[in-house]
Design a protein around this ligand. Structure first.
Ligand SMILES: [Zn+2]
Length: 264
């Protein structure tokens, strides 16, 4: 009996030690938000893709963006890239297709909440209840039954590419009622102005992978919200092309405001 207690004690001691050893590095590992180009490049009409979807997915399985020539809205969910084109249908683009603007991160959920009957404005009005600070980046994942979802997509463009605000004047919009699905997106802090969309930028994909798009409005009837706190940010820029000749000295906040209900 005494040996049993000693052995039991030793095993218990060892297992609690190894748990500590495993936990410590994990708690210090911060997932990286990897972003392709900047929002002010997209606003100027720089729609040439320069990173393959294959490479994009290597940086993380969750995120949003658009495609070469602005050919629709991108939703990256569980390592799969979905494309909501201007016809409203959902496509699975090939890995060698490219993106001119996107952001992805590996999945993580630092916090999770159950939500009932909340709309888009709820998150602004109750920000401090759910988000510990407005000054970091967040991965935002919503899943559940939506009583209403209002989205848009963007049609593929041909050169010379028009600025984004000209494209979104005629954007196709879609409204869905009583649909189950996922919202994926990011919250970016105010100081990210010019680099990404500040505040919330969210895309929707229904459970059957048949409808979605860039979120203009929604009401989540019942579901969950998971947040990942993102403290590590990596920006990957084009190595030439339109980007090198772009004018980034102009404040494009008003243009962004026009396209938000919203951006890509
Ligand atoms: Zn968007």
């Amino acid at each position: 009996m005494r040996y049993f207690l000693i052995i039991f004690g030793a095993v218990f001691f060892m297992s609690s030690c190894s748990e500590e050893q495993i936990k410590e590095p994990a708690s210090k590992a911060t997932p990286t938000l990897v972003q392709v180009s900047v929002i002010d490049a997209l606003l100027q009409g720089f729609y040439d893709g320069f990173m393959s979807l294959d490479e994009l997915k290597s940086y993380g399985g969750y995120g949003i963006g658009t495609f070469h020539a602005l050919d629709g809205e991108m939703i990256v969910l569980n390592d799969t890239v979905f494309q909501v084109r201007a016809d409203g249908d959902v496509y699975l683009p090939a890995d060698n297709e490219t993106t001119p603007f996107a952001a992805v991160t590996p999945y993580l959920a630092d916090t999770s909440y159950v939500l009932n009957n909340v709309d888009f404005t709820f998150f602004d009005e109750n920000f401090n209840t759910y988000f510990p600070t407005p000054n970091i980046f967040y991965l935002v994942l919503l899943k559940g039954q939506f009583s209403y979802v209002h989205t848009r997509s963007v049609p593929a463009q041909v050169k010379p590419y028009p600025p984004l605000a000209d494209v979104t004047v005629n954007q196709p919009e879609f409204e869905f009622e009583n649909v189950y699905g996922d919202i994926v997106g990011f919250y970016c802090p105010a100081y990210a102005k010019g680099i990404n969309v500040t505040g919330f930028h969210l895309h929707f994909l229904d459970k059957n992978r048949q409808k979605g798009g860039h979120i203009i409005d929604f009401t989540l009837e019942s579901g969950t919200m998971e947040l990942g706190y993102l403290l590590d940010y990596r920006l990957i820029l084009p190595s030439g092309g339109d980007f090198y000749g772009g004018d980034f000295t102009i404040d494009r906040s008003d243009e962004l405001e026009e396209v938000e209900g919203g951006t890509n």
